[in-house]
Design a binder for this molecule. Structure first.
Ligand SMILES: [Zn+2]
Length: 103
């Protein structure tokens, strides 16, 4: 039997969004002490977003690598450059480039 995908209510989605925001805050704080912990928080936040079908806002998308899902801090494990009206994030962990268009 095919699995039914229920439409998540707005209330549940709002709580999930708050949790995602909180997890990214925690990831930022944990980065100073243990990098692995912040990567774990990113993983948890992504899982919540996928479960409740939430689109991560662009400011949160820039905080982790799209390839290895590591938490990125510019100047520490990530390089930020501007090229042809695009902000380019370079992950030093997996050497992956991410391009964000600036409006
Ligand atoms: Zn990476």
């Amino acid at each position: 039997m095919p699995r039914k995908y229920s439409v998540k209510s707005h209330k549940v989605q709002r709580i999930a969004k708050e949790r995602i925001k909180f997890l990214f805050q925690e990831a930022r704080d944990a980065f100073k002490h243990n990098v692995n912990h912040s990567d774990k928080y990113v993983k948890m936040a992504r899982r919540i977003a996928m479960k409740y079908k939430i689109k991560l806002p662009s400011e949160l998308k820039k905080l982790f690598c799209k390839n290895c899902y590591k938490y990125l801090v510019p100047g520490v494990n990530c390089r930020v450059r501007i090229h042809k009206h695009r902000v380019i994030y370079y992950c030093m962990g997996c050497r992956h480039y991410m391009r964000h268009i600036v409006k």
